[in-house]
Design a protein around this ligand. Sequence first.
Ligand code: ADP
Ligand code: MG
Length: 141
Amino acid sequence: MSNRTLAIIKPDAVKKNVCGKIIAMMEEAGFKVVAMKKTRLTKAVAGAFYEVHKERPFYGELVDFMCSGPVVPIILEKENAVADYRTLIGATDPAEAEEGTIRKLYADSKGENAVHGSDSDENAAIESNFFFSRQDQVNLA
Ligand code: ADP
Ligand code: MG
């Protein structure tokens, strides 16, 4: 699975109606969409997704934000997907993100930062299984 990663277009970007523009940036960077849907997280689901951050001071705020509107989880495929997608999205804080990155263009703050990206191959697999069935993840290439 090292050629896949899990992206989420977060509620701030969905509200701004820029999903198409963000997906276009993914495609222009060479990623293929393997699976995609629009959904809305409950507090319990968002809390479970971000369980690794539960001791962090921003956890409650993060969970509330992720439930504040619809999200668009996407499995992306490309060689070196995890690292290359992290490069495409830029730093967590848009003030520190490189020019031309998704967060530089569309994020408002460190919390409301437009997109999620897996941080390792292992987490990419766990996070993909969180949102998508095995059938959703079949190789379409
Ligand atoms: P990343 O999404 O870049 O991997 P982290 O895994 O560190 O960043 O954090 C997960 C998410 O938690 C961030 O994308 C952001 O939405 C939120 N977050 C991180 N740090 C802060 C912070 N200091 N204040 C508010 N929200 C934060
Ligand atoms: Mg992270």
